[in-house]
Design a protein around this ligand. Structure first.
Ligand code: GTP
Ligand code: MG
Length: 138
């Protein structure tokens, strides 16, 4: 059993899509074992996305993530990290497969509705960025 950190991004919370996105996770067998709505500061978003700080879109990405509330969550299940990324679809919605969250809901490569950890080490790091152990109820 594996855990991954998911974020429902501002473009999706703004459009009231939290429930529809959560339904996709649950239909795929991922359990939502922690969840909270939080409005990140730009500094907090910058810290979360520090790995991307040399990328040209870093400032835009951090401003976007701090623009409105997000929903941070821990998803649990068999192969949760890979499974979540399958359900999310490709980063750019133009390349996302049918039935994926980004295909159905994302607006652009920047406003792409969801984040998901990409490896076990980053999942552990990202989960502890948002959640204390006691807040995760498996
Ligand atoms: P995450 O789950 O959000 O990490 O997405 P990813 O792993 O599919 O993509 P990646 O880690 O390569 O990029 C992180 C995030 O940066 C993406 O989800 C996008 O929101 C954003 N991003 C990536 N490329 C671009 C770009 O060309 N322009 C803008 N504005 N944002 C980008
Ligand atoms: Mg990534």
């Amino acid at each position: 059993i594996e855990r991954t950190l998911s974020i429902i991004k501002p473009d999706a919370t703004r459009r009231n899509l939290t429930g529809k996105i959560n339904a996709k996770f649950e239909e795929a067998g991922l359990r939502i074992v922690a969840q909270k709505r939080i409005h990140l500061t730009k500094d907090q978003a910058g810290k979360f996305y520090e790995v991307h700080k040399e990328r040209p879109f870093y400032d835009e990405l951090c401003s976007f993530m701090a623009s409105e509330p997000v929903v941070a969550q821990v998803l649990e299940g068999e192969r949760a990290i890979a499974k979540n990324r399958e359900v999310m679809g490709a980063t750019n919605p133009a390349n996302a497969a049918d039935g994926t969250i980004r295909k159905e809901f994302a607006l652009s490569v920047g406003e792409n509705s969801v984040h998901g950890s990409d490896a076990p080490e980053t999942a552990a790091q990202e989960i502890s960025f948002f959640f204390a152990g006691l807040e995760i109820v498996g």
